[in-house]
Design a protein around this ligand. Structure first.
Ligand SMILES: [Zn+2]
Length: 154
């Protein structure tokens, strides 16, 4: 198993959905994307990913997560079923789960408070094939979901 340099923690505000994002980059080295579609833009949702990282989602109960699916029906926008926060995005591709982290769900320690400035992007003109190829290249390539709360990291 790869040794990642950093573990970024995050989750919804009530704590039912939490994750550890194993990553080689600090948060400051990542650039979030602000999607301009009709779902993301009103929510000011910004997404982070790194192609050489691994996202572990921990649910205290599988009922505490639900998917909002729209547009091309190829990505699941995962929300907490208790507090309604949008936490992460998943997409099945070639038998694997790809993921995105929602910036607002990241827990940053005070010394780690970085102002991430988001680049705007608009993917409306993409074909479905282009979209899936872009995700395979850019999204978090490994997403695992476990039904247990992490005990203070690893
Ligand atoms: Zn919650």
């Amino acid at each position: 198993m790869t040794d990642y340099r950093y573990q970024h923690q995050g989750g919804c505000r009530c704590g039912a959905v939490q994750y550890l994002w194993h990553c080689h980059q600090t948060l400051a080295e990542l650039s979030p994307r602000a999607c301009q579609c009709e779902f993301c833009q009103p929510r000011d949702a910004r997404y982070l990913s790194a192609p050489d990282s691994r996202l572990e989602v921990h649910l205290s109960d599988s009922r505490f997560v639900y998917a909002h699916v729209f547009g091309t029906y190829t990505a699941d926008f995962m929300h907490c079923g208790r507090c309604n926060d949008l936490v992460y995005v998943s997409c099945e591709h070639d038998g694997r789960l790809l993921g995105l982290v929602v910036q607002q769900s990241l827990r940053q320690s005070p010394e780690d408070q970085v102002q991430l400035s988001a680049g705007e992007c608009d993917f409306d003109q993409e074909s479905l094939d282009e979209r899936l190829a872009r995700r395979a290249a850019n999204w978090i390539p490994e997403l695992v979901v476990a039904e247990a709360v992490p005990e203070g990291g690893e």
